[in-house]
Design a protein around this ligand. Structure first.
Ligand SMILES: [Zn+2]
Length: 185
């Protein structure tokens, strides 16, 4: 599905919700109409050694959500890698953009946690650098010893709300610190 198509679907949902609000209780809409079951087509052709890790991350997100389906059906979400400069995510709109994995960071931090975190940005989530390892979006603040690659229930629920058509986040760039360890010697 193209980014434009997803955008149109959300636009329709938002317009529909506004109509319902303006009509008040006179015309309640069925709740089932609000579910999108949005597909995010990701592409690992440029992911190099991180292609398999991207597949694992997509499987995790699929397992932890109901309204999201990540599949290798196109290139709404490209996965790239580089060396140095930090991992980051560029979200053009909900479910659309690209992720860049820094190989240097991936040698210090668990690569799968980095991948699921960065994809989390594409899925609408912001950073939450509070050092808590049970959160995925705490990222590098939880330290190199934190290898948890799974979204916490509140994080997964937020993604489900976005892909259910509620409060979709717009374009944003997330440059992640995943702080480098001090060089020894
Ligand atoms: Zn981040």
């Amino acid at each position: 599905m193209s980014p434009r198509r997803i955008g149109r679907r959300f636009a329709t949902l938002v317009a529909g919700a506004a109509t319902v609000l303006s009509l008040g209780l006179a015309n309640p809409a069925p709740a089932a109409a609000e579910v999108v079951n949005a597909t995010v087509c990701y592409n690992t052709s440029q992911a190099g050694p991180y292609a398999g890790i991207a597949d694992q991350a997509a499987s995790i997100w699929n397992a932890y959500t109901n309204n999201l389906n990540m599949s290798k059906c196109g290139s709404n979400l490209m996965i790239y890698y580089t060396t140095g400069g930090g991992s980051y995510a560029v979200r053009r709109s909900l479910g659309n953009g690209y992720v860049v994995i820094d190989t240097a960071q991936a040698q210090q931090y668990a690569p799968l946690r980095i991948m699921t975190h960065e994809i989390g940005h594409i899925l609408g989530l912001p950073d939450n650098y509070n050092g808590q390892c049970h959160l995925l979006m705490s990222g590098g603040s939880a330290g190199t010893g934190c290898t948890n690659p799974y979204p916490y229930s509140t994080e997964a629920a937020q993604v489900d709300r976005y892909f259910g058509g509620f409060g979709a986040e717009g374009a944003q760039v997330f440059r992640d610190s995943w702080p480098a360890l001090a060089t020894i010697g």
